[in-house]
Design a binder for this molecule. Structure first.
Ligand code: ZN
Length: 186
């Protein structure tokens, strides 16, 4: 069963001045295709349950670099229901992470994802955040171990900006056994 995702396209504003939004529902659909391609290795599929434009989030630019704060504010906007809540936001220049997620989907499964200029890069960041929602943590690359570094540098769950989309067997098992996948039967 595909896991339902409720999408909130959330414009940023600063002191009442609205910023033009980079995402739209069509871009979200294309980015989710990238997400599904990546997670198909674990036989997990996500489906858009709804795509809405949310009321603007008025937040000073220099406050947006705190990913936990951004996610806290966003995730409080909508009560938990029977879908993952994904907030799609404009690029945040001072945030190195692609977004933010509650690691184990508690109190509710919620993530935010930045726009990265194209469907693929944005979808890849989205897939990474959903990985966190399924209990998959970051991989730590040990650069003194060449073989391990080579194997993991193309992994989806490396920290920071990356283009990797690979998953290890262990990561697939973790995701498939996660509370989220069990709850929705993905
Ligand atoms: Zn991460």
């Amino acid at each position: 069963m595909p896991i339902p995702v409720k999408i909130y396209i959330t414009p940023f504003a600063e002191k009442g001045v609205l910023e033009p939004v980079k995402w739209d529902c069509d871009a979200a659909k294309k980015a989710l295709d990238v997400v599904n391609k990546i997670w198909s290795k674990a036989k997990i599929t996500f489906v858009i349950n709804d795509c809405l434009t949310d009321r603007p989030l008025d937040m000073a630019k220099n406050a947006r670099g705190n990913d936990k704060q951004v996610l806290d504010v966003l995730s409080l906007r909508h009560a938990a229901d029977n879908a993952i809540h994904v907030y799609l936001v404009n690029p945040i220049p001072n945030l190195s992470a692609g977004g933010g997620s509650y690691l184990h989907g508690d109190p509710e499964p919620a993530s935010f994802v930045q726009w990265y200029g194209n469907d693929f890069a944005s979808g890849r960041a989205w897939a990474h955040e959903l990985g966190h929602l399924m209990g998959v943590d970051h991989v730590e690359i040990d650069y003194t171990n060449e073989r391990q570094a080579a194997a993991l540098s193309s992994n989806l769950m490396t920290k920071g900006l990356n283009v990797g989309s690979e998953l290890t067997k262990q990561q697939i098992e973790t995701a498939r056994g996660s509370k989220l996948v069990k709850r929705f039967g993905g």
